[in-house]
Design a protein around this ligand. Structure first.
Ligand code: ATP
Length: 234
């Protein structure tokens, strides 16, 4: 479904990503794990079209989309749950959700999609008229996820969704990501929470200093000596 080929990104003279290649097949849950500053957000933003590439290409469903602007990538089926949620704090839960369905194809189905999201996340239905900034952190994360689902994505990318959540909420979040995957949506998950992420994903890439250092099934990486030392404190 997604193919990233030899992707490099610079911020001025600083190289944030260098020659990153990866693939995600339809239906997979794939993560990119790595520590602070490894380049994870840069990578996800390059895939969603919000960051210009220095070189490399991005293919989605067999088409080269490197030159396609971000808003058109949403129309192709790529959505992102951004780091820090980025809700509109003074708008209601429902209005935040509806903002996710501004592209024509999603707009046509917005009522039925909203109902599907309320079924998946009943808390959002209960709080649909509440102002977003008054929600708890976990609830705000649900709104950010619901908003991304409103565009009816084929590929849903999460940037550090567990950041700032309690261990119990992180567990629930990862269960929710699996539920979303069961609905036929391909998942890319960028995380610093290496242990729990590797436990739930099909496959993962390890990003270190802007390059992929390792790749494999989550369970294999959990047993990898380098991963244990570098990320699991073992
Ligand atoms: P984090 O978890 O902190 O978000 P990350 O793995 O997502 O880390 P990036 O945010 O992609 O990493 O950053 C990769 C590198 O690029 C870091 O060294 C960061 O300081 C630098 N960087 C990120 N954004 C910019 C920017 N807008 N201008 C200059 N340098 C940047």
């Amino acid at each position: 479904m997604l193919k990233v080929n030899h992707l490099s990104v610079h911020y001025g003279g600083m190289q944030a990503l260098s020659g990153v290649s990866l693939q995600v097949a339809e239906g997979e849950i794939v993560s990119i794990v790595g520590s602070n500053g490894a380049g994870k957000s840069t990578l996800i933003n390059a895939i969603s079209g919000m960051r210009n590439l220095t070189s490399g290409t991005v293919e989605f469903q067999g088409k080269d989309i490197t030159a396609v602007p971000a808003h058109e990538r949403v129309g192709l089926g790529i959505a992102q749950v951004p780091e820090g949620r980025r809700l509109f704090p003074l708008m209601t839960v429902k209005d935040n959700l509806l903002l996710g369905s501004t592209i024509p194809e999603a707009k046509k189905h917005r009522r039925e999609t909203l109902e599907e999201i309320y079924q998946l996340l009943p808390r959002l239905k209960e709080r649909e008229n509440q102002i977003a900034k008054t929600l708890s952190g976990g609830e705000q994360q649900m709104v950010a996820i619901g908003r991304a689902l409103m565009s009816r994505p084929k590929l849903l990318m999460f940037d550090e969704p567990s950041l700032g959540l309690s261990p119990l909420l992180v567990k629930q979040l990862f269960q929710l990501i699996r539920q979303i995957s069961k609905r036929g949506i391909t998942i890319m998950l960028v995380e610093q929470n290496v242990k729990q992420t590797l436990q739930i994903v099909d496959r993962s890439y390890v990003l270190e200093n802007g390059s992929i250092s390792l790749e494999g099934p989550g369970t294999d990486l959990l047993n990898n000596e380098h991963v244990k030392k570098a990320f699991l404190g073992m």
